[in-house]
Design a protein around this ligand. Sequence first.
Ligand code: ZN
Length: 242
Amino acid sequence: MRILVISDIHANLTALDAVLAHAGTIDAAWCLGDLVGYGPDPNECIERVRELPDLTCILGNHDAAALEQIDSATFNPEARQALHWTQNALTETSLAFLKQLPERVDTPQVTLVHGSPRQPVWEYLLDTFNATRCFEHFKTPFCFVGHTHLPIIFYMQNERNLAQLQVPDPDSAPILQPRSIVNPGSVGQPRDRDPRAAYAIYDSGDHCWDYHRVAYDIGAVQSRMTALGLPDRHIQRLAAGW
Ligand code: ZN
C-alpha cells in the first residue's frame, strides 16, 4: 500500500495542495496532527484532509488548543494571536472533526502520534537521548511523529545502545529498518531552512520511506495571511523555512 504520511499542515492549503498533486495516487493517508494554527486556511485544510482515502488522523497540540483543551497561555504571544484568529475562523463542522481525533493510533506495523510515543501531544523529539527513551513507549517496528517540523529518522540498531539519527535527503527513498521513529517534516511550515513543503510516501510492503520536498506559491499564502492580519513573524518564516 502507498500511504501518504503528512504532518503539521498548519492551515496552509497551497502547500497541502502542492503535496497532494505531487504525491499522486495513494491507497491511504496518515496525518500526524496540527492541521490548524499559524496559516490562513484552517477549514479548507480540514475539508481537504477529510477527503483523503482511508484516512487516519491524529490530534496535534495546535488542534487541541483550538478546541480549548490546552491553555493558550502556554503559547508565545504571536502563536496565541494566531490561535485566537483560528478559534474564531473554525466552523462547527471543523471543530467537530478536530474533537474526535485520537492522540495515538497503533496500526499493526506503525504507531502514530503527533509529538512522541511517551507524550503523544506535547513532547518535541529533537535529540537521540530522548528518542532512545521513547523506544520504550511503543511496541511496533515503527513510530511516525510530527511536531518538530524537522524531517528526521531515529533508529535503534541495538536496544541497549543510544538511538542514532539520520536526516534523509529528499527523493532518497531509504528503506526503514526496525525499529525507527520517523518524522516526515511539515507540509505547511517547514523549519529546517528548506521552505518547500515536506511529506513522505510509506510503502507498507517493503517499508520504503519515499520522502519529498515540493515547492509551492509561498507568496500567495503570505498575501492571504497579511490580508487577514496574522502575525508578521509567521508570514516571514514561511519564505525562509525557520
Ligand atoms: Zn506543528
